[in-house]
Design a protein around this ligand. Structure first.
Ligand code: VGL
Ligand code: ZN
Length: 224
């Protein structure tokens, strides 16, 4: 099946590549099923984007989101913390570890920013824009606005957590927001994937496939 190939990227677009890190890939501590399949798709898509931001989940040891930080708790259970409900995860993406490293198979040399998130021990951050307390900003919205970027395309891991939360926050911040579904994979714990797509649809997030994108060759340009 072929796509429309009609969705133009445009000069005011940014590609957000969410958390393509070893711990979320096969063999990692929080491996997302078939997560490795998206890497070549992302590399191809990225060729059409002059503006790319990579995100990196970057937790302290003993992070609040780790089941191991809470006596008697096991991964995928939920608990209530100061800012609301928190899913508990296996230890993952600990600062400086190999699991936290970006996949060495990503090939996006023009990526301008690697944005780390989730580095406050007592606050998780699925979103690349706002931490889980709903108020601590990562600065990403201001960065994009300062660079004149208004359309946010998202790819990466995991569809139902960091991709979805980032997409919802991008909408909240007023960006046109597009998730490229086949360039993402989900964790899908307790129905989370369907819930996430539902929330994204309600918020006006567009859902497309990589074949719907009009490919373009980006040209290097002088600063403005
Ligand atoms: C993620 C769970 C915990 C993600 C990060 O990247 O989607 N999921 N930390
Ligand atoms: Zn995490």
């Amino acid at each position: 099946m072929t796509g429309t190939g009609q969705i133009a990227v445009g000069a005011n677009a940014v590609l957000l590549v969410i958390d393509v890190q070893n711990d979320f890939l096969p063999g990692g501590s929080l491996a997302v099923a078939n997560g490795d399949q998206i890497v070549p798709i992302i590399n191809t898509i990225a060729k059409s984007f002059a503006n790319v931001v990579l995100t990196q989940d970057w937790h302290t040891e003993g992070h609040i989101s780790f089941a191991s930080s809470h006596a008697g708790k096991t991964p995928f259970e939920t608990i209530d913390v100061a800012y609301g409900r928190q899913v508990l995860w296996p230890d993952h993406c600990v600062q400086g570890t190999d699991g936290a490293a970006l996949s060495k198979h990503l090939a996006i040399p023009q990526a301008a920013l690697v944005l780390r998130k989730g580095f406050h021990k007592e606050i998780d951050s699925y979103s690349a824009f706002t931490e889980a307390d709903g108020k601590t900003t990562t600065g990403l919205a201001s960065y994009l606005t300062a660079r004149g970027l208004q359309r946010v395309f998202l790819v990466g891991l995991a569809t139902d957590f960091c991709v979805a939360w980032s997409a919802l926050d991008a909408r909240k911040a007023g960006f046109e927001t597009i998730v490229i579904e086949d360039a993402c994979r989900g964790i899908d714990t307790r129905g989370s994937l369907a819930t996430a797509w539902d929330a994204m649809a309600k918020a006006g997030v567009m859902r497309i496939q990589s074949r719907d994108l009009k490919t373009q060759t980006i040209v290097a340009r002088e600063g403005r």
